[in-house]
Design a protein around this ligand. Structure first.
Ligand code: URA
Ligand code: SF4
Length: 372
């Protein structure tokens, strides 16, 4: 069977990045107008989602030699930028934050009780520390993300700016991966299909696909964004500096074994070139593999690391600062988003202390859900 989606064969038909950008800008205006007319609010979020669209958003064909690499945008704003950026922060990965109280009994910095509201708009822990993380909104209460309208807007934004032909290509690739993923009977078969996947252009730059680490029997699953250089080289997720911090969180903090007690995967399985963020289309195509991994591993608790994983799994354009700090329900599982370890590594001084405290608040929430 055709379980290995191939890239479309139309490299020559791709638009120049500048033309794509012009289209995206025009499309963004159209989407925003439509939403305004239909009475939708929350435009900033939609805008943020659309602005993430890549210069060349197609699940595309083999690339002509000499085509300019897309600009790296993975360091923008508060959004997590997981992979690679290890240079200045590698030494800090040695400083593994430990929860002050590894037991589930949880306190906020303000001494508030450990409420674990499900879809609650007022996560006490996340806003308690001195508010130093640059990404934290200063509003006193976070409104719960409106998942269904977010999801609809995100879905619309995925294709809003594509030509009919490119839209058809994108939808076809997404559907190919979806059906190939659904047809995999177990994780071994799924991994084989992923290894052969060429459904989006990220296949062009990879050394190998990066499928998972840890145990298929795990009750807790960590989900990152996508492989970086080390992961691409080794085929194992989270082995670079961010991975070392994640290992510390799991082993020293949660007192679990990385090999036996947790499962680790990413939204995209191939390394984006130049450590850029994966595009919304790449995430949309590839995450069907992740969805099937989740079904097959069947964890009780998922910890999405950073905006890409949290946004993808919760179908939300909200940043991680708004999604973390509480337990979300998703298809009978608990989702406890937190900052990406690479984001933690890029902080220093009081921001570092504040973001570590928030990560540990989140990890304690996850531990409580696991009965740890
Ligand atoms: N960052 C990620 O999101 N995933 C990895 O596998 C490594 C770094
Ligand atoms: Fe396939 Fe995902 Fe790799 Fe794209 S990133 S080629 S969808 S495995």
């Amino acid at each position: 069977m055709t379980n290995t989606p191939r890239p479309a064969e139309e490299a020559g038909a791709e638009l120049h990045p500048a033309e794509e950008l012009a289209r995206l800008a025009a499309g963004l205006g159209a989407v925003l107008d439509r939403r305004r007319r239909s009475g939708h609010r929350g435009l900033p979020r939609l805008g943020a989602a659309v602005l993430e669209l890549p210069p060349a958003p197609l699940p595309a064909a083999p690339q002509a030699p000499g085509r300019p690499a897309p600009a790296s945008n993975s360091d923008r704003g508060e959004v997590t930028t997981p992979r690679g950026k290890t240079g200045e922060s590698a030494e800090r990965s040695a400083q593994v934050p430990r929860p002050a109280h590894p037991a589930p009994a949880r306190e906020t910095a303000a001494g508030a009780p450990a409420a674990r509201p499900e879809r609650s708009p007022a996560p006490t822990a996340s806003t308690a520390p001195s508010g130093t993380a640059p990404s934290e909104p200063s509003a006193p209460a976070k409104p719960a993300p409106r998942r269904s309208s977010d999801a609809a807007a995100l879905e619309a934004a995925l294709t809003a700016n594509l030509s009919e032909r490119h839209k058809a290509l994108f939808l076809a690739k997404r559907e190919e991966v979806r059906s190939a993923a659904r047809a995999a009977r177990d994780l071994g078969e799924l991994a084989e299909r992923v290894a052969a996947c060429r459904a989006c252009r990220l296949c062009e730059g990879r050394t190998q696909t990066v499928f998972s680490d840890g145990a298929a029997t795990a009750r807790v699953m960590f989900v990152g964004e996508g492989p970086g250089a080390e992961e691409d080289r080794t085929g194992v997720p989270f082995v670079g500096a961010a991975g070392q911090l994640l290992s510390g969180i799991i082993e020293k903090g949660m007192q679990l074994s990385r090999a036996n007690d947790v499962y680790i995967a990413n939204v995209v399985k191939c390394r984006p070139p130049e450590n850029r963020d994966p595009t919304p289309q790449e995430k949309a195509i590839c995450s069907a593999w992740l969805d099937r991994q989740i079904e097959l591993v069947d964890p009780a608790v998922i910890v999405p690391l950073g905006s890409h994983a949290a946004g993808r799994l919760l179908r939300s354009a909200a940043g991680i600062g708004r999604l973390r700090g509480r337990v979300h329900q998703l298809d009978g599982r608990k989702l406890v988003p937190t900052y990406h370890p690479a984001y933690v590594l890029r902080q220093s001084g009081p921001e570092l202390a504040a973001v570590k405290a928030k990560v540990w608040d989140d990890i304690r929430l996850a531990m409580a859900e696991l009965g740890l």
